[in-house]
Design a protein. Structure first.
Length: 456
């Protein structure tokens, strides 16, 4: 079967685009998630054109071979993990920015464009593409669309879904579907564009995207506030939002995360703090906004409030936040990164619950959070070579997700479901919700070839 598959694929795809060497295909088997099974792909295909992707899907349909689409494989839920005997369809070589339109404020891109590359390209035109996942220097737009990813700026600018105006999608049978629009508004028909965003490659292969852009805002200034408890820090978050402020960033690091960042990068962050809150504004007068927020932090019990004096100092503070997950991974060598989003009013309960879970399982669990939108990333640190510690890590991970649902939250705010959270998706949606979503899947992919084993 593999030889027939390779021959059929090579009828259209150029030399070097179809890889069947197991020593190479193994490297494409999984993304960055822990505890997610991955199979052995039959082949890896690296197309460069829409027509080549269509040929892959027609071949897969004819031979009944599953297809797993991939971007940069920076995902954290196993959503890009291979299944046995599948075609891994890596879209990283479809990496062209096709158009930047400064009047309509849109960019038209292929799925393999790296997020940071697009961001810098539109900046040169005085425009801004807001979604900025922590892996923005590596992750691709196609992958961002697949998981509806977020980032540090979501509190003001929203997630990827808010910026996808239209898509070109190759369906399971090889047909090309265009959805959405490039106009500022449009409501014709069902919103299929939103349906594909966050579908993790289970409904079709995104081969092009029309993205909305914004005018480039002023450079942001950041404030750091130290708190003697996570309760006080979360109270400050609620006060800031209730007072009508619209920060460009509102991030929280607990004491475990602060210590881990200091241990890794020697940044001199205050380890006496129980929680460090970072707030930024990219307004015309950010210093005035930071002063108002600083007063709210002090009213909530901040022990120290330090506004940055310039953009260089601001970037230093943000670098500490961006290092959080890398620093926590260095604690024990392996991490399970949760992605539970709760209402802002329940944020303090979420952090307190995570602390109880860490004590119960005798594990180090650090929390960094997009506090402004309630999206927490409790990160379980463990030794993957220690079977008992691995078991406790998985059990604690599940308890954290259960806690999030109990608090009225969701199991994922931006990382997706993939393999890691299939069971929990069913719990969140309920039986009717699962039935309806499976019906949607069947309508687009009746043979079940696209990214099988994910989501459901």
């Amino acid at each position: 079967m593999t030889s027939t598959l390779v021959e059929r694929l090579q009828e259209v795809l150029p030399a070097g685009s179809v890889i069947a060497d197991p020593d190479i295909t193994t490297a494409y088997a999984n993304d960055m998630a822990s505890f997610c099974d991955a199979g052995a792909p039959a082949v890896v295909v690296l197309p460069r054109t829409v027509e080549e992707v269509q040929h892959v899907m027609r071949t897969a349909t004819a031979l009944r071979v599953p297809v797993v689409p991939q971007g940069a494989r920076t995902g954290l839920s196993g959503g890009a993990n291979a299944s046995d005997g599948c075609i891994v369809l890596s879209l990283v070589k479809m990496d062209r920015i096709l158009e930047i339109d400064v009047v309509d404020r849109i960019a038209v891109v292929e799925p393999g464009v790296v997020n940071a590359t697009l961001s810098r390209a539109v900046n040169e035109h005085g425009l801004y593409y807001p979604p900025d996942p922590s892996s923005w220097e590596m992750c691709t737009i196609g992958g961002n669309i697949g998981t509806a990813s977020g980032g540090l700026c979501c509190v003001k600018y929203g997630v990827t879904a808010e910026y996808v105006l239209g898509l070109d999608v190759v369906l399971a049978d090889g047909r090309l579907l265009s959805t959405g629009r490039r106009t500022a508004k449009g409501v014709a028909g069902y919103d299929l564009t939103r349906l594909f965003v966050g579908s993790e490659g289970s409904l079709g292969i995104v081969v092009g995207a029309t993205l909305a852009l914004k005018p480039q805002p002023p450079r942001q200034l950041v404030l750091a506030a130290e708190f003697g408890s996570t309760d006080a820090a979360c109270d400050a978050v609620c006060k800031i939002m209730a007072d009508g402020h619209v920060p460009s960033l509102l991030e929280l690091m607990d004491r475990t995360t602060v210590k881990a960042v200091n241990d890794l990068a020697h940044m001199g962050l205050p380890e006496t703090t129980e929680a460090l809150l970072l707030c930024a504004f990219d307004t015309l007068d950010p210093a005035a906004d930071l002063a108002a927020v600083g007063a709210l932090c002090e009213a909530a019990g901040a022990t120290q409030v330090v506004p940055a004096e310039d953009t260089a100092e601001s970037e230093l503070l943000l670098q500490a936040r961006r290092l959080s997950l890398t620093a926590l991974e260095a604690v024990k060598g392996t991490t399970m990164i949760d992605d539970v989003c709760v209402p802002r009013t329940r944020l303090a309960e979420m952090l307190a619950g995570v602390e109880r879970i860490a004590e119960k399982y005798a594990l180090t669990i650090g929390v960094c959070a997009h506090a402004g939108d309630g999206n927490t990333h409790p990160t379980v640190c463990f030794d993957a070579q220690d079977a008992d510690e691995g078991r406790r890590a998985r059990e604690s991970f599940d308890e954290i997700m259960a806690l999030g649902l109990e608090l009225g939250g969701t199991i994922t705010g931006e990382h997706g479901v993939g393999v890691l959270k299939k069971e929990w998706l069913a719990r969140e949606l309920g039986p009717v919700g699962v039935e309806v979503q499976q019906a949607v899947k069947a309508a687009f992919d009746p043979l079940g070839l696209l990214n099988p084993g994910k989501l459901f």
